[in-house]
Each structure stands twice: as C-alpha cells, then as structure tokens.
Design a protein around this ligand. Structure first.
Ligand SMILES: NC(=O)C1=CN([C@@H]2O[C@H](COP(=O)(O)OP(=O)(O)OC[C@H]3O[C@@H](n4cnc5c(N)ncnc54)[C@H](O)[C@@H]3O)[C@@H](O)[C@H]2O)C=CC1
Ligand SMILES: C[N+](C)(C)CCCC(=O)O
Length: 477
C-alpha cells in the first residue's frame, strides 16, 4: 500500500508504509534527484522489508503544519525508518522542537561587544554568519541530529545543506517543510540525499564555510581532512566508549536505572552510551541481580507499539556485527548474564526484523574487545573496581572522551570524579539526559566543537571587529 509521506497516520502499522514522495529539499520544495540511477533500497528495521528506494546521486534543481502538531507523524516515520521504539521517538522529536525554539530565542540575543580605546576611539564586534554550512548526520537520531545542526546554524544567519544518513533518509525533509512554513526563506535549509560520495562533494565544495558532522571516527577524520584543504571550520561529534562509575554509597535503585538508560536507548546505538559500567566490588552482587532482572524484562518487539521498550537495530550487517562482539566477548572470557542473541518476535510480520535481546556481560576485563571498542548495540559490559583512584585511571584509559557518569551520595567525590574524567560530559547521579540548554560534545577522539547550549553560537558564527577613529589619523610617513 503506497502512502504519501505525511499520510502515515492514524491507521499505519509496522510493515504497511511505503514512502513514495521525493526526499531531497531544494529551493523550497521536495525534488526528485536529476539522475535516477544507483537507487538503493531502504529497509524497515522491524520487518526487513524495503519501504523506499533511495537515489544516491543528486544535483541541484527544483502543506505542512507546525512541528509540535506533526510530532506524532514524524515520530512514527522515524520508528519505521530507524527501528527505535515509538516511546523514544516521541521524546526525540520533542527534543528537536525544544532545540529549534531555544535557538530561535537566542537569535535575538546575539550581540557583540563595545570596546573603548584611547582618544575617544572605540571598537565594536559584530557576530556574523559563516555562510553555507553543511550538516552530515548519522542514522541513530535522524530528525534530532538535523535539528541540532540546523537550528543554531539558521539562528546565526547561515544557510545549511543537510545530508542525512542513507539508512534514514525520510524525516529530514519534513524538517525542511516545517522551516519553510515557519517563514524560513527558500534555499536556506536544503536536504540532499546520499552517502559517502555526496558527503564528499559537500565537504569539498568551495562555497561551503563549515561542516558539522555526526558519525564514526574514521569518517570524521576524512571530513576533517577534506575541510582542512578548504580551511573550513569543522564540528565533529564522533563515537564513544563512555564509563559509568557506580560507587557503593550510591542510591542503588537510581544507579541501576542509570545503567539501563546509559546502555539501552535506541537499541544501544547511542554515541554517548555508558557502556563500561564500573561497579564497586562491595555492591556488585546486588547491582548485577537488579540490572539483569530489569534487562530481561525489557519488552523487545514491534517498535510502533506503546508497550514496546526496545525495537530493531538499524540493519542486518549491523545486527551481525553487534552479535559478533558478544561472541568474541564470550571467547575472551566474559560471561553472558542475559541476552546477546538474535530475537525473533512472535508476530509473523517481524520474523525478518533485526532484533536482538539486550545483553549484560560480566567477568569483563579492561583488555577485552567488548570493553575497548564501541559496539553501538544493546551490550553492557560490567567491570568491578576497588578504589576511586583506580577507577578514574581505568575510566580514562581510552582514546574516546564523549561522556561519563558517576553515581555516589558523596558530593565531594562526585565533583572530584567529574573533574578528573576526560570527557565532554559527566552525568552525576543520572545518565543520557540531553537538555538543549547544555553543551554536548567530545574530548579526545570523540571529536570537538559543541552542539546545544549557548556556546554553539560560537561554532556557527564569526566575529568581525569594527574599529572607529574619532580623531585624526596618526601618520608616520
Ligand atoms: N557523537 C555523536 O554525536 C554521535 C556519533 N555517532 C557515531 O556514528 C557511528 C554510527 O553512525 P554511521 O552513520 O554508521 O557513521 P558513518 O561515519 O558511517 O556515517 C555518518 C555520516 O557520514 C556520511 N559519510 C560517509 N562517508 C563519508 C565521507 N567520506 N565524506 C562525507 N560524509 C560521509 C554518511 O553517509 C553518514 O551520513 C558510530 O560510530 C557512532 O559512534 C553516532 C551518533 C551520534
Ligand atoms: C539524546 N541522547 C543524549 C540520548 C543521544 C544524543 C547523541 C546521539 O546522537 O547519539
């Protein structure tokens, strides 16, 4: 049954939606790519069925409601395309519109400085746009990433060309339509579809002033290299292997909840996940008992059902990669306390979906692959520790530095650990909340630059200094 992209509601269910509208947005409208060759199927993660044919080569050519009203429709499409649960997708869309409202509010507050100079002269600074910015997104938060990049870019007066991941091409174009309806002039926010080739064209384009990239470390390095050639500014939001440190004086109930939030959102496909869970030895048995009990209770299945808590992974190769990490962990001596297997829901339409049962690994050591490498799936590695000094050193023993977390009731310890952890974010007694008001971004190989918060204005604007003479020119010649 073919349905127009905005007509998925209200009767749509998993396996029934086919997207037929074009997904590029150029000069104020949806446009077909000029060349229709190289079409690739886009799969619905919950069923394994193709629901859209994406043309990967584009070239420039040619009525929506407000975002809040469209929230449920966008969330449903996000679920169909990404596989995450509807409960989470709704939160993602809310975070996206909060981000847009936040930067729309900040736009009027952009200001320079007035500096007095000798003799009545003075200078002032103007905060000016960079020009055309490119946003390149990953597939785990397709709509939210598009908002996190475009909202500050547009608020600072830039234009943005956004390229979603070819695995999740469907929702960015709706954001373009929402901007248009809100009065954003045609051409200021464009969406182009494609993969590495399109991304390369964008990064190399001489008229592009800045690239904001979310994705893997290897691609991030390529983006930086290409941008260096054109002396373009770059923001890189890359991967992570973040530590979550649970001290024996914590509130155990909250620490367990925090560990689940740190590992299982979006089927574990979250860059800032706290996948190395360090637990102080004294409370290890209680922690494991609780965390395993609750992990086993996570309802995996049809992501469009309200009761579902975990949907399907993004695609088959990725599912196989994640399951491969679990097998390797077993070979290296880890013990699987629960999950870690392909999961086939009872609903017949989901038998080809990319589901797996969420996994808790015990008996982990710092040198194991599952502890060192980003898995990007629902796999939590639990590691025992004795002292604060030891655990901070082990937590920092990684090339990544995106996020971190600490659970303790000792306020001095909490702030000391937060100071000593080498990461762009440290959550104290919580994990993975993302208020738009606070900056988000990495240390070390997790990238640089920030998204969200006031500081992101700095990454989408440049300062011009205007020097004003009030007297005569002091001439040396
Ligand atoms: N720090 C953060 O905010 C986040 C980081 N990630 C990271 O992203 C990875 C998963 O996402 P993927 O989409 O698989 O990453 P990826 O690096 O393969 O792709 C990311 C984006 O870059 C594009 N791309 C690929 N090759 C390119 C090239 N040569 N030039 C320009 N663009 C190119 C892709 O089409 C896609 O849109 C994970 O490693 C994860 O850690 C994911 C989400 C958030
Ligand atoms: C929203 N949050 C904090 C769970 C994840 C955002 C970062 C990402 O794009 O992976």
């Amino acid at each position: 049954m073919a349905q127009a992209i905005l007509d998925v509601m209200p009767g749509a269910s998993t396996g029934t939606v086919q997207v037929s509208d074009p997904l590029n947005f150029w000069a104020g409208k949806r446009v077909e790519p000029r060349q229709q060759k190289n079409a690739e199927p886009v799969f619905e993660p919950a069923t394994g069925d193709c629901f859209f044919l994406l043309c990967l080569i584009w070239s420039k050519r040619d009525k929506p409601l407000a975002l809040v009203e469209k929230r449920e429709k966008i969330a449903k499409l996000e679920v169909i395309n990404n596989g995450k649960s509807i409960t989470e997708a709704l939160v993602d869309i809310d975070i996206a519109w909060q981000c847009i409202e936040y930067y729309a509010g900040l736009a009027g507050a952009l200001a320079g400085q007035h500096v007095q100079l000798p003799g009545g002269a003075f200078a002032y600074t103007r905060r000016e746009p960079l020009g055309v910015c490119v946003g390149i997104g990953a597939w785990n938060y397709p709509f939210q990433i598009a908002a996190w990049k475009s909202a500050p870019a547009l608020a600072c007066g830039n234009a943005m060309v956004f390229k979603p991941s070819p695995f999740t091409p469907v929702t960015a174009v709706i954001l373009a339509e929402i901007y248009k309806e809100a009065g954003v002039p045609d051409g200021l926010f464009c969406v182009v579809q494609g993969g590495a080739e399109t991304g390369t064209i964008l990064c190399q384009h001489p008229k592009v002033a800045k690239v904001s990239f979310t994705g893997s470390v290897p691609t991030g390095k390529k983006v930086m290299e290409m941008s260096a050639k054109g002396v373009k500014q770059v923001t890189l939001e890359l991967g992570g292997k973040s530590p979550l440190i649970i001290f024996k004086d914590c509130d155990l109930e909250n620490a367990v909840r925090g560990a689940l939030m740190a590992n299982f959102l979006t089927q574990g496909q979250v860059c800032c996940n706290g996948t190395r869970v360090f637990v102080q030895k004294d409370i290890m048995p209680q922690f494991l008992e609780e965390v395993v009990k609750r992990t086993k209770a996570i309802l995996v299945g049809d992501p469009l059902l309200d009761s579902t808590r975990m949907g399907a992974l993004i695609n088959k190769p990725h599912l196989e990669k994640v399951l491969g990490f679990v097998s390797q962990a077993k070979l290296q001596g880890a013990r699987v306390l629960c999950g870690g297997e392909r999961f086939v829901p009872s609903d017949p339409k989901l038998v080809n979906g990319y589901f797996m049962s969420p996994c808790v690994l015990d008996n982990c050591r710092d040198d194991m692959t599952c502890v060192k490498e980003e898995i990007f799936g629902p796999v939590m590695s639990v590691l025992p520790f004795d002292t604060e000094e030891e655990v901070v050193q082990r937590a920092n023993n990684t090339t990544f530095g995106l996020a971190s977390g600490v659970f303790t009731r000792d306020i001095s310890r909490a702030h000391r650990v937060a100071e000593n952890l080498e990461a762009g974010t440290c959550f104290i007694n919580n994990y993975n909340i993302s208020p738009v008001e606070v900056p988000f971004g990495g240390y070390k190989m997790s990238g640089f630059g920030r998204e969200n918060g006031q500081v992101t204005i700095e990454y989408y604007s440049q300062l011009k200094t205007v020097v004003v003479e009030m007297g005569d020119v002091d001439n040396y010649f």
